[in-house]
Design a protein around this ligand. Structure first.
Ligand SMILES: Cc1ncc(COP(=O)(O)O)c(C=O)c1O
Length: 461
C-alpha cells in the first residue's frame, strides 16, 4: 500500500519544540539500593553538602544527592536548549542496506548543538545555576575539546568567565577546538600547565606528559578551590551531569513511538558516562521497574582505556593528583595515563558511579573496542549516512554495526538505537591518520594498569 510505504520510508523523526522535556529523570529514585556514598579523602567518612560548597553551586549539590524521580528544568535553561533541541532521531536506512541487515538501526544525533555534541545539555544547566548563585568565573577541564566548547558557549550565554584546562595531546591535535572556545570568550591552556601546583607537579615528573582528563581535573579543581570568584564544573561522571543528559533518552522514546518501533538494544559510548546515561537511563528505568526486562543496554569504551570491562570496582579519586572526594567506581587507578588515542573524551581512568552501579548489578553490559575497528565503522557510517562522527561516538557505531550483523546472522530482527553523541569536524587529523594507514591500535596496557591500581586507596565498601 502506497501510504504504508511512504510511512515506512521515513528517515528522520523530528519533535516539535513543545515536546522539549520539562523534567530531568533521576535514576537514583529507581535504584534498588542507594548508590554508595561519596567519601571525604581525609576522614574516609561520607561527605556533606558543605564539603562540596567550595566547588559547586548549592542547587547542583542538592541535585547530586536528590532521590526525587523528576526534577523540573528551569525555563531559562529550556529557552537556551530550544536553540537546537529536540534533536533529530534518524533511521540509518542506508547503513542498514549496506550491511544487508534485517535490523532497524536508529541514531539520536546530538551533533546538532552549536558546540557539536551532547555536552551543552549540562553545560547550559550548570552555567545557569552558577549565575543564579552569583558565581562570576568557572574553571573546567576538557579532553577532546567538546566539553570545553560546550561550557565556553554556556558561559558566553550567561555572562560568566571561563578557564579551560585542555589535555595537552588534544590541545596539540585540535587547535580549532581551542579557537572555538576562545571565540566564545574562554581562556584555554594546555594541561599539565604551569598555572597550578598540580600541573607543575606533573610537569616536574614528566615534562613531556601528554596529559589526561585526570590531570586536567586536578588543575581545574585546584583553580576553583583557591579562588573565591570561581567554581568548578565537570562535564561528566557526576550524578547531576548524567541527569541533565536524560533529555536525550526521553526525546528518543517519543521519537521511536512516532516510528512505531521499540528498542531491543540501546548503545552509547562511555568516557565518563554522561552521553551513555543520557540515552540509556530512561530505558534503564524500564528494566529497573520491570516494564521491559529483555532490553539490552550496552556501554562501549576503548580497549586502551577499559575502565568498566577491566577496571576494579573500588573507591578511588576522580582526578590524578588526589584532590577530589573518593567515589566508588570502576577504575584503572587514578594515576593511569591512557595512550593518546584520538577519542580524547574517552581517556578517563574511571566511570560515573551510577553507570558502574548498574553495570555491577548487570542492568547494563559493557564492551571495549580497539581504535582501528572504531574508525573503520566511522568511515562506513560517513559513507552511507553522510555524517562524519566524533571518534568517541564511533565506538557506539562499531557495536551498533556488530549487533546489526549479528541480527542478520541469527535471523532475529532487532531494533538498535545508539547515541551519535557528536560530529567529528574537528577530528579530521584522526581521520587523515586512519585513511593514510598511520593509525595504530594500542595494546591493553596491563602493566601500567596494574601499577596504577596499586595506588588505589584501600577502602572497604
Ligand atoms: C562526542 C563525545 N562523545 C562522548 C564523549 C564521552 O563523554 P561522556 O562519557 O561523558 O559522554 C565525549 C567526551 O568528551 C565526546 O566529546
Amino acid at each position: 500500500m502506497a501510504a504504508k510505504a511512504t510511512r515506512d520510508n521515513r528517515t528522520k523523526f523530528i519533535l516539535d519544540e513543545r515536546d522539549l522535556p520539562t523534567r530531568w529523570y533521576n535514576i537514583q529514585a529507581d535504584l534498588k539500593t542507594p548508590a554508595p556514598p561519596v567519601l571525604h579523602p581525609g576522614t574516609g567518612q561520607p561527605i556533606g553538602p558543605q564539603d562540596l560548597a567550595p566547588l559547586f553551586p548549592m542547587e547542583l549539590i542538592k541535585q547530586e544527592v536528590s532521590q526525587e524521580r523528576w526534577i523540573e528544568i528551569p525555563d531559562e535553561v529550556r529557552d537556551v536548549l530550544r536553540l537546537w533541541r529536540p534533536s533529530p532521531l534518524y533511521r540509518a536506512r542506508r547503513l542498514e542496506k549496506a550491511l544487508g541487515t534485517n535490523a532497524h538501526i536508529y541514531y539520536k544525533y546530538e551533533g546538532v548543538s552549536p558546540a557539536g555534541s551532547h555536552k551543552p545539555n549540562t553545560a547550559i544547566a550548570q552555567a545557569y545555576y552558577n549565575k543564579k548563585e552569583k558565581v562570576t568565573r568557572i574553571a573546567t577541564e576538557t579532553g577532546a575539546g567538546q566539553w570545553g566548547s560546550a561550557l565556553a558557549m554556556a558561559c558566553a550565554f550567561f555572562g560568566l568567565q571561563c578557564k579551560v584546562y585542555m589535555v595537552k595531546v588534544s590541545y596539540q591535535q585540535k587547535p580549532y577546538r581551542r579557537i572555538m572556545m576562545e571565540t566564545w570568550g574562554a581562556q584555554v591552556v594546555a594541561s599539565p600547565s604551569p598555572d597550578t601546583q598540580a600541573g607543575k607537579k606533573v610537569l616536574e615528573q614528566d615534562a613531556n606528559s601528554p596529559g589526561s582528563l585526570g590531570i586536567a581535573i586536578s588543575e581545574a579543581v585546584e583553580d576553583a578551590a583557591t579562588r573565591d570568584d570561581t567554581k568548578y564544573s565537570l562535564g561528566s561522571v557526576l550524578n547531576h551531569v548524567l541527569m541533565h543528559q536524560t533529555i536525550i533518552g526521553q526525546e528518543t522514546k517519543k521519537q521511536l513511538e512516532k516510528a512505531d518501533d521499540e528498542a531491543d538494544i540501546v548503545i552509547g559510548c562511555a568516557g565518563g558516562g554522561s552521553n551513555f546515561a543520557g540515552l540509556s537511563f530512561p530505558y534503564a528505568a524500564d528494566k529497573l521497574t520491570g516494564r521491559n526486562r529483555k532490553l539490552r543496554i550496552i556501554a562501549v569504551e576503548p580497549s586502551a582505556c577499559p575502565s568498566l570491562t577491566k577496571g576494579t570496582y573500588a573507591y578511588d579519586f576522580g582526578d590524578t593528583v588526589g584532590l577530589t572526594p573518593l567515589v566508588k567506581m570502576h577504575t584503572l587507578g587514578h594515576g593511569f595515563v591512557p595512550a593518546p588515542l584520538h577519542a580524547g573524551g574517552l581517556r578517563y581512568h574511571g566511570m560515573a558511579p551510577l553507570v558502574c552501579k548498574l553495570y555491577d548489578e548487570k542492568v547494563i553490559e559493557a564492551v571495549a573496542v580497539p581504535q582501528i575497528a572504531t574508525f573503520q565503522a566511522a568511515v562506513q557510517f560517513a559513507r552511507t549516512e553522510g555524517i562524519i562522527p566524533a571518534p568517541e561516538s564511533a565506538h557506539a557505531i562499531r557495536i551498533a554495526i556488530d549487533e546489526a550483523l549479528r541480527s542478520k546472522k541469527e535471523g532475529k530482527r532487532k531494533t538498535i538505537v545508539f547515541n551519535l553523541s557528536g560530529h567529528g569536524h574537528f577530528d579530521l587529523g584522526a581521520y587523515e591518520a586512519h585513511l593514510t594507514g598511520k593509525l595504530q591500535d594500542y595494546e591493553y596496557p596491563a602493566e601500567k594498569i596494574a601499577e596504577a591500581l596499586r595506588g588505589v586507596p584501600q577502602i572497604k565498601g
